[in-house]
Design a protein around this ligand. Structure first.
Ligand code: NAD
Length: 457
């Protein structure tokens, strides 16, 4: 563990020597990053296939394409994002000018989750490097092939002073968290998020937490049901439901439930065939522990379709559970797998009240043509971010800050929001020395009271 301490000290000293403050240097790192990704594309497809049995197309679509996109956006906007921002100066501070400098936090630590391993470790790393931080990435040990590849890709191509990968589990992460990093960016469960925040409090490190939760998909009777079924089927069973913003459960109006569930079945079959186990578009569950946890959540009395499992290859069929209530086991935790519980509602008010009883989710999806219903849900239900008439895709627009709220996270990233997440806003008042108004100085004469009131009220 001496290595971790020494790595941190090297990065801190590199940062303090101002190497990363130079925008062209940061851009050169991003270009190098892109080149390393390009060179290792096939290795990344293979590693993901080894960990998840996932297709190259889906790996590109859901991970690598988004990394390229973020690098491209950062290279294009970095100079502009890093520029000082002039703001108005209020009367008491004239003559003078006011501006906000954007400076890197300094040393940053990024702890990734396993479900989209490249994206979740490397996407924040793009923002951190763009913002001028040094970076230590700790990928999840639960996806070992991708973790090993990230170590190779980063450590063979970047100086450890600026960008380095440390592999490991609880022990290594704990040691990393013992170091006084300026910024800690964590993606994972609320349970470990609390551990990270606790550790960060020791050094008062700035923290961003990207967590999870139970994200509802709400379907009103006036929705385009066919489109809703298509988009929910895709968003739920993508990566076998192991997606932080997958629709966790379905809230559907009772009047359209039957018709909708038939469409959902059809759309699922259209995507994955009648035997998803042999479909190259269907992913396996990450490990035995998650496989066992998920199979226990399938109440076979309530299976509407799906429900088959195979422990040999950790396969769980896309499964829909009907007639579920908020008391069922499947509603007590984030599912994070290909099981969709269906809860019906008749009253909008009551449905919203039920959704609000659960901790604030990371995402919410509402399907309706009605402006009134859409606005009611968006206004009344707290959640991280989401989509109207779609699932998942809000994550792919870098102009939308991505993150949760309270139980589902703290802070956000993607695009400019990511750059800002890894930057400190340093506010400066620059005063003229031409003259100094006497109002703030003693003796406090009656005319000063008057002048102060006039200035401030
Ligand atoms: P996790 O919390 O178990 O692990 C995340 C990271 O924390 C891993 O790198 C792991 O090594 C480390 N870790 C685990 N236990 C630790 C401990 N005791 N001390 C220090 N570090 C520890 O999460 P996971 O299983 O990898 O991911 C699943 C969770 O992540 C779900 O809740 C999901 O919703 C959430 N998630 C959120 C996002 C997002 O962008 N908001 C993205 C993906 C996943």
């Amino acid at each position: 563990m001496k290595d971790i301490e020494s790595l941190f000290k090297h990065q801190r000293s590199f940062y303090h020597n101002n190497h990363t403050r130079d925008v062209p240097y940061r851009k050169s790192l991003l270009r190098q990053f892109r080149e390393v990704l390009k060179r290792h594309e096939n290795d990344m497809f293979e590693a993901i296939h080894k960990d998840f049995g996932k297709s190259a197309y889906e790996t590109y679509e859901t991970e690598i394409a988004l990394l390229y996109h973020e690098i491209k956006l950062s290279l294009k906007n970095l100079k502009h994002w890093a520029k000082a921002e002039l703001v108005p100066t209020n009367l008491p501070n004239l003559p003078g000018k006011s501006y906000i400098l954007t400076e890197p936090y300094g040393t940053s630590l990024i702890i990734g989750a396993w479900n989209y391993p490249f994206l979740l470790s490397l996407h924040p790393a793009v923002s951190a490097l763009a913002a001028g931080n040094t970076v230590v990435v700790k990928p999840s040990e639960l996806a070992p092939a991708t973790s090993a590849l990230m170590r190779e890709m980063i450590n063979n191509n970047f100086d450890p002073e600026v960008f380095h990968c440390v592999e490991g589990g609880v022990e290594e992460t704990t040691e990393l968290l013992n170091q006084p990093f300026d910024k800690i960016f964590f993606t994972g469960s609320p349970r470990v998020g609390k551990i990270v925040m606790h550790a960060a409090s020791e050094h008062l490190s700035s923290v961003t937490l990207e967590l999870g939760g139970k994200s509802p998909a709400i379907v009103f009777p006036d929705a385009n049901l066919k489109m809703a079924a298509k988009r929910i089927a895709w968003g739920k069973f993508l990566n076998a439901g192991q997606t932080c913003i997958a629709p966790d459960y379905l809230m559907i109006h009772e009047s359209v439930k039957e018709a909708f569930l038939l469409m959902l079945k059809k759309e699922t079959e259209r995507n994955l065939g009648e035997e998803p186990e042999s479909s190259e578009a269907y992913t396996k569950i990450i490990n035995d522990a998650h496989f066992e946890r998920l199979t226990k959540l399938i109440d076979h009395e309530k299976v509407l379709f799906g429900g088959n499992t195979n422990p040999d290859n950790r396969y769980i069929e896309p499964t829909v559970l009907d007639n579920v209530s908020f008391e069922d086991a499947v509603m007590q935790e984030e599912i994070f797998g290909p099981i969709l519980p269906v809860i019906t509602f008749s009253e909008t008010e009551q449905m919203i009240a039920e959704v609000k009883k659960l901790p604030k989710p990371l995402a919410l999806y509402v399907f309706t043509k009605s402006k009134k219903l859409r606005e009611k849900v968006l206004f009344e239900v707290p959640f991280g971010g989401g989509a109207v008439n779609d699932t998942i895709m809000h994550l792919s627009n870098p102009n939308l800050p991505f993150g949760g709220v309270n139980n589902s996270g703290l802070g956000s990233y993607h695009g400019k929001a990511g750059f800002d997440t890894f930057s400190h806003k340093k506010s400066i008042l620059q005063k003229s020395t031409l003259f100094e108004p006497p109002v703030k100085y003693p003796p406090y004469k009656p005319w000063k009271w008057k002048a102060l009131r006039w200035l401030m009220e």
